[in-house]
Design a protein around this ligand. Structure first.
Ligand code: ZN
Length: 159
């Protein structure tokens, strides 16, 4: 049995994550839906344009296995945490909403572009592969893939 209720994220091999999502089903199933939507150009989601640009060849990692109760809040946690750490996410929301809730108000988008965005005014070069790859890559490889939580890891769920 594959795990369900997953927080997942995609990157092109450098652990600079570009998209975080959640699914109540398996990662394999959710990825197949993303790929199909990207191929059919059925959505306007930036992540699907990004997938097409990379010919659907990106790496999908499980960031955390959740329960139905924690799925939404952990999605918010991951989007906020990765953004804060310099990952240039294509997500259109802050997470936590139901399926299909990826659009939000123009006011919110404007706020995110401007002063409300913690990344505002900071150069993208301040962050970048090294830092991101080092820590999140370690978390995925050593904690998620082996099912071990490390209390000193910022990415591991704190229970
Ligand atoms: Zn960890």
């Amino acid at each position: 049995m594959e795990e369900t209720h997953i927080i997942y994220a995609a990157h092109t091999g450098d652990y600079n994550y570009r998209y975080v999502g959640k699914t109540s089903r398996t990662l394999k199933y959710r990825v197949s839906v993303h790929r199909s939507n990207a191929r059919k150009r059925r959505t306007k989601m930036p992540v699907h344009a990004w997938l097409r640009k990379h010919h659907l060849r990106v790496q999908w990692d499980v960031l955390e296995a959740c329960t139905p109760e924690t799925l939404d809040s952990r999605e918010c946690f991951w989007i906020a945490t990765l953004r804060e750490q310099g990952h240039d996410l294509l997500n259109c929301t802050e997470g936590g909403e139901g399926m299909g809730g990826w659009q939000h108000s123009e006011a919110f988008k404007a706020a995110r572009r401007g002063a409300g965005n913690p990344m505002y005014g900071r150069k993208r070069d301040d962050f970048r592969a090294n830092r991101a790859e080092g820590r999140i890559g370690m978390h995925v490889r050593w904690h998620v893939n082996r099912g071990l939580d490390n209390p000193s890891c910022v990415y591991c769920p704190k229970s």
